[in-house]
Design a protein around this ligand. Sequence first.
Ligand SMILES: C[S@@+](CC[C@H](N)C(=O)[O-])C[C@H]1O[C@@H](n2cnc3c(N)ncnc32)[C@H](O)[C@@H]1O
Length: 272
Amino acid sequence: MPDGRPHAPAHGRHASLSPPLKWAGGKRWQVRHIQPMWEAHRRRRLVEPFCGGLAMALGLRPARALLNDINPHLINFYRWARRGFRIEGDLHNDRDHFYKCRARFNELVTDGHSGTREAAGLFYYLNRTGFNGLCRFNRSGAFNVPFGQYARIGYTRDFAAYEPVLQRWRFTCQDFSSLPVRADDFIYADPPYDVPFTHYSRNGFSWPDQERTAQWLATHPGPVVLVNQATPRILNLYVSLGFRVQKLDAPRRISCTGDRTPALEVLATRNL
Ligand SMILES: C[S@@+](CC[C@H](N)C(=O)[O-])C[C@H]1O[C@@H](n2cnc3c(N)ncnc32)[C@H](O)[C@@H]1O
């Protein structure tokens, strides 16, 4: 972890729990903006179709949640964390060890063992030790993020503190459009950023994906909050579908390519 901070331990129901992984586009900074909207609805189930690093769910702490992401390694890690697992392997900030673990992780994936406890532990280690917490795969499906070269990393070995919180939540791994959403769910949607001027962006989420996200959200009868980069076409899209739109200044952020460009974000809401 670049800032070297270990995770806060949990004491009692509302003790703070940090997102256990580093995740591009993490929305911890946004919790204070979403909290007032969520307060009036906190008896509802929170649905995150693009849950990523879990910053919002861990910030809002709903009693019930459906948390989804298309990344199977991320969801495998949460499914083990909700059982309060302990990493038995070596957590060591060392280049050679990193590349050995990366090779072992890729071997498990190739052999069809990506849902194991060992794969979850290795995914955590690679995420914390690799460059910028990136999660990137080559054409043949191998995880290929390089060593991160951090001076100090605060690893967590024991995820017991996450167990009581994550146990109440359901985790799924699928495309957002087939999620079993109920009419009274509160949806917080944070899809990959729109990359201006491109139709098929490098983050794998194309402009047609942005359009189908917006159309899917527009059919939901319950409260919806959408966040994205405030590009002119995203603003037009959500305004045209009848969302209430406001802009937010984002802090410096990590993009999928690792650059740190400041961004202006859009918060589009309906039925709130
Ligand atoms: C901007 S990130 C979410 C960040 C998260 N809010 C956080 O605080 O860490 C977007 C997420 O969408 C996921 N994703 C991309 N395409 C998806 C799809 N078609 N369905 C569901 N999730 C998808 C990515 O794996 C990524 O974790």
